[in-house]
Write a protein that binds this ligand. Structure first.
Ligand code: CUA
Length: 349
């Protein structure tokens, strides 16, 4: 049966709409689409974007060849009503058979070689002495970051220096998660009982969004994080600040809040260095984020809320409403107690 003219027009419009949507999705700056993978800010992201472009170009060539052959078959090589001759037959053509076996094989090779090279490149066996090792521990539903060589532990917001190789060691406390920083690269599964690796060099200082990219339970979508790429001097300053003791409030609401923190169950799960928590460097098995410098972070609760006093109060009042299924219990704090605790936490710059 010959295709209908109306059908052709419909599929043509559909293809044009799909192309336009694909083109438009690449528009807009980092500010409009902070989760775009088309704005690469690391060597890994550049490599992945290059692969994406290469595959897209090859696929587009295949698409054009197939569509041209298809249209040619419809308009030039089909039999019209009233034609006297029967359509020509071709049962076997060695060159054609070899050609359409060889060409896809070459296309696959052209995709496979750079893909495998990128995979090997991002999981090297040898690390340069300058490499900074960062341990990433995924929890339902927040991210814990350790930089063992610098004694830094933080949550949901990680600072890394620009133009230095970073070796992420990916660990999970519970289920399978996936570490994904669209502008910087990823995504790599974080699997319990296995340390996966990821390495990259961030090239542009900035504030980048991250997100768990593997369904991991009720609040999977609320398991976000931020990566702040600093200049080397800014990074050193951040490390020095992270290693400084927490602020000790001397009076006012914050001092009253410090007492509430110690008396309420907060201190059972949350470390504030010198105030609560294990003295050992790592807090594996500890259920809540380290809050030593909580006030200096820009977000909270898996980076789903901006770090403002109102949002901290909202979170403490009813964690389950913000992050369904969260381990953080409702403490029943209200009024002045809540206000004081928020003041204390926000004072932990
Ligand atoms: Cu963790 Cu999805």
């Amino acid at each position: 049966m010959r295709p209908q003219r109306g059908n052709n027009r419909f599929f043509g419009l559909l293809a044009a709409a799909a192309c336009l949507a694909a083109l438009l999705s690449g528009c807009g700056g980092d500010n409009v689409y902070p989760m775009t993978t088309l704005s690469q800010k690391s060597d890994l992201a550049s490599e992945v974007l290059w692969l994406f472009k290469e595959v897209t170009i090859l696929d587009s060539i295949v698409l054009v060849v197939v569509v041209v052959a298809w249209l040619g078959a419809i308009f030039f090589f089909s039999t019209r009503p009233g034609d006297s001759e029967a359509p020509s037959h071709k049962h076997a053509d060695l060159y054609l058979e070899v050609g359409w076996t060889l060409i896809p094989a070459l296309i696959l090779l052209a995709i496979t070689v750079p893909t495998v090279r990128a995979i090997i490149h991002t999981q090297p066996y040898d690390w340069s002495p300058d490499t900074l090792r960062v341990q990433v521990v995924a929890h339902q539903w927040w991210w814990e970051f350790h930089i063992p060589s610098l004694g830094v532990t933080t949550a949901d917001e990680l600072h890394i220096p620009a133009n230095r190789q970073i070796h992420f060691e990916l660990l999970s406390e519970d289920v399978i998660h996936s570490f994904f920083m669209p502008a910087l690269g990823g995504k790599r599964d974080v699997v319990p009982g296995q340390a996966n690796q990821l390495t990259l060099v961030a090239t542009v200082p900035g504030y980048y969004y991250g997100q768990c990219a593997e369904f991991c339970g009720a609040s999977h979508a609320n398991m976000r994080f931020r990566v702040i790429v600093d200049t080397p001097s800014d990074f050193d300053a951040w490390v020095a600040h992270q290693n400084s003791p927490p602020v000790k409030p001397t009076g006012g609401d914050a001092a009253a809040g410090a007492k509430i923190f110690a008396d309420a169950p907060c201190a059972i799960c949350h470390t504030i260095k010198g105030v609560s928590g294990f003295s050992k460097q790592y807090t594996y098995g500890f259920r809540g984020p380290d809050l030593t410098h909580f006030g200096s972070r820009t977000t909270l609760a898996g980076s789903i809320l901006d770090n403002t006093p109102d949002n901290v109060a909202l979170w403490i009042k009813n964690p389950d409403a913000v992050k369904p299924g969260a381990n953080m219990p409702e403490l029943g704090l209200r009024g002045k107690d809540l206000n004081d605790l928020v003041a204390y936490l926000e004072s932990l710059k």
